[in-house]
Design a protein around this ligand. Structure first.
Ligand code: F6P
Length: 343
């Protein structure tokens, strides 16, 4: 009887997940495996919710945004009896290996299931935040950030017509990669990332100079930026202990501060989940399919407890626990690079 691989996608979805599923399922066929999808991330494994993953299901999904396996932020280690249910469902569905696609949270669960319960798991890195350690890039980041660059340039057009300063808030959680790339690529005047304490006075002085020269100003702010009025200890958290950043209103707060300090009319926009949708870019499609194929290869070799990572131009296996230990955040070198363009 053919062996079976279970696949799941957890955490915030992003463009590139469907190509990754396609890569894993089509390569698994080469190795003589069948595939079954667990729906809605770890919730599907806890509740035994599955869907078939045949050739017909995946052959034409490289261009589709989202994930055909659906997603959730369920953490089985935070729910009574849920880990036992995961183990029972792996048995009930005769799963020989599990491929978990996700970011730090989803892969953190995979790491624990492997270390504490010997579940034969391989991880596939995904996140639009690009904050996963041990891999140079994750799919989702390229598409999501290109969408933010497009939004920033649109804001600049309208800002210029009205001689305003425009503030765009982007996602990225506690890492500033999305904000930094968006800001540099869209020629923004100021970028706020969570890694750096904001200097409101310096920013406003700079915006006044830039606005006087160009007749417009553009600020890109990460949703995780720490503005003076925010109190991190009071913010609501999800099952993984992450702050829910959606209600902070970074852009609005910042726009008020800027208008007050510069006397220049300022408007705010938040791109939010628009960033997470859409057809994956060429880069994200190719990276998704490459890591998907590599994950199925690791399963065939029986090399479990690993994540497939992009290192330079190569896809290589790295221990899951190395990838999920610490977040990859923006370094001083990258901040210095961004500062070159802040004139
Ligand atoms: O981790 C991806 C991400 O898009 C973050 O940038 C953002 O903070 C979060 O997910 C939003 O999560 P949700 O879709 O649960 O609101």
């Amino acid at each position: 009887m053919a062996k079976t691989i279970g696949l799941l996608t957890g955490g915030g979805d992003c463009p590139g997940l469907n190509p990754a599923i396609r890569g894993a399922v089509m390569r698994a066929m080469d190795h003589g495996y069948m595939c079954v999808g667990f729906l809605e991330g770890w919730r599907g494994l806890v509740e035994g919710k599955t869907r078939p993953l045949s050739l017909q299901d995946v052959e034409d999904i490289a261009k589709q945004g989202g994930t055909i396996l659906k997603s959730s932020r369920t953490n089985p280690f935070k729910r009574e009896g849920a880990v036992e249910k995961c183990l029972a469902n792996l048995k009930a569905h005769k799963i020989d290996a599990l491929i978990a696609m996700g970011g730090e949270d989803t892969l953190g669960v995979a790491t624990k299931l492997h270390a504490e319960h010997k579940v034969p798991v391989v991880g596939v890195p995904k996140t639009m935040d690009n904050d996963l350690s041990s891999t140079d890039f994750t799919f989702g980041f390229d598409t999501a950030t290109a969408t933010a660059v497009d939004a920033a340039e649109r804001l600049k057009d309208t800002g210029k017509s009205h001689s305003r300063i425009m503030v765009l808030e982007v996602m990225g959680r506690h890492a500033g990669w999305v904000a930094l790339y968006t800001g540099v690529a869209s020629a923004a005047d100021w970028i706020l990332v969570p890694e750096e304490k904001p200097n409101i006075e310096k920013m406003c002085a700079h915006l006044k100079v830039a606005h006087a020269r160009k007749g417009v100003g553009l600020v890109i702010a990460s949703e995780g930026a720490e503005l003076p009025s925010f109190d991190a200890s009071k913010e609501a958290k999800d099952e993984f202990g992450h702050m829910l950043l959606k209600d902070r209103g970074v852009a609005e707060e910042l726009a008020k501060l800027i208008e007050k300090n510069t006397g220049i009319e300022t408007r705010a926009a938040t791109i939010g989940h628009i960033q997470r949708g859409g057809s994956p870019s060429l880069f994200d499609r190719m990276l998704g399919m490459r890591v998907g194929v590599a994950a199925a290869d690791l399963v065939a070799k029986g090399d479990f407890g690993k994540m497939v990572a992009l290192k330079g131009t190569q896809i290589v296996p790295v221990p899951l626990k190395e990838a999920t230990g610490t977040l990859k955040i923006v370094t001083k070198e990258w901040l210095d690079f961004a500062n070159v363009f802040s004139k």
